[in-house]
Design a binder for this molecule. Structure first.
Ligand code: PMV
Length: 308
């Protein structure tokens, strides 16, 4: 049996603007993971089983457009693949800004590569995961596949010919509460909507993206210095810019406000928005109060995660 996993993720700073070449910061969330297991096939077929996605089919039945099949076929063309059973499970909430698609793809690619005896560097897994992300999301920045494969906090800039990917020092651990709105949202739809608004008013959106990029740079410096108060302030500023981009929502804003009122150092939506999650930066002493406030305000699937 072969098993590979990949973590969930949160974007700490710079979502959306990252699609337009501005810097962003993301961190893995290791408590929730996607897992791919490969076992020998009883017949000559490749079987794909994903109970969470209601899928039990052969690779051929699933078809090339199926996200799981697409991940397998990134590793090798069909005629080079031996028969096997691939079982995929995930604890990462779907369509909630936690990178569930990228994590499932990365776990499958690692497992299939391992099964075939191929070396699988982080860079290689990330690049192949990006190809699958493109099939489903149109113009992904590449930050999701990067953070779930490298599994460490990353400073990321989308650029040619090669993305800038830097690890950096986290001087003081960041204690985060992640709370869901319970509303699923399509990254592709929200990213497309931001693009339409940008096309309708380039100067305004370029300025918003610049603002997010500057915040991400300041946040990296604050994280490297361990200045938690400053990191919190920057999260609030980033949230305000995301509101201006119209990607926040009343549910996200309600959770952000509740976290701040309960004493969080900062809070913002995370990921594509219009649903999905918020993240709140808390101190150990204040965590329980913020968690309760989030629960009282209909926050779901609340997770505590430490970025270090
Ligand atoms: O997949 P999500 O919901 O975490 O969103 C990804 C972040 C975006 O910046 C909105 C899109 C991207 O490709 O970077």
């Amino acid at each position: 049996m072969i098993k590979a996993t990949a973590p969930g993720k949160v974007i700490l700073f710079g979502e959306h603007a990252v699609v337009y070449g501005r810097p962003a910061i993301a961190a893995p969330v290791g408590q929730v993971r996607a897992t791919a297991v490969i076992t020998p096939s009883p017949d000559t077929d490749i079987h794909l089983i994903a109970p969470d996605l209601n899928l039990a089919a052969t690779l051929n039945e699933a078809g090339q457009d199926n996200p799981l099949a697409a991940a397998v076929l990134q590793v090798a063309p069909f005629h080079q693949l031996p028969p096997f059973i691939l079982t995929v499970t995930s604890q990462i909430p779907i369509a909630s800004g936690m990178g569930s698609g990228a994590a499932i793809t990365a776990a499958i690619i690692r497992a299939v590569a391992h099964y075939l005896g191929l070396p699988a560097s982080n860079e290689w897994v990330s690049d192949l995961t990006y190809e699958v992300e493109k099939l489903h999301h149109g113009t992904p920045s590449g930050i999701d596949n990067t953070v779930v494969t490298y599994e460490q906090p990353v400073y990321f800039v989308r650029q040619q010919p090669q993305n800038r990917i830097e690890a950096f020092r986290v001087a003081r651990p960041l204690r985060l509460l992640i709370a869901g709105t319970g509303i699923r949202s399509s990254t592709k739809v929200v990213v497309g909507d931001v693009r339409r608004q940008w096309q309708a008013n380039p100067p305004r959106f370029e300025a918003l993206f610049d603002g997010c990029g500057q915040i991400a740079d300041q946040a990296r410096a604050a994280i490297e210095q361990g200045d938690l108060a400053e990191i919190g302030r920057l999260m609030n500023q980033n949230h305000a810019l995301l509101q201006e981009m119209t990607v926040s929502s009343p549910d996200l804003d309600r959770l952000v406000t509740a976290a701040l009122q309960a004493g969080a150092l900062g809070a913002k939506m995370s990921g594509a928005g219009r649903g999905g999650n918020i993240i709140a930066l808390v101190e150990a002493e204040g965590e329980t109060a913020v968690r309760e406030a989030l629960l009282m305000n209909r926050g779901t699937a609340i997770l505590s995660s430490v970025v270090e």
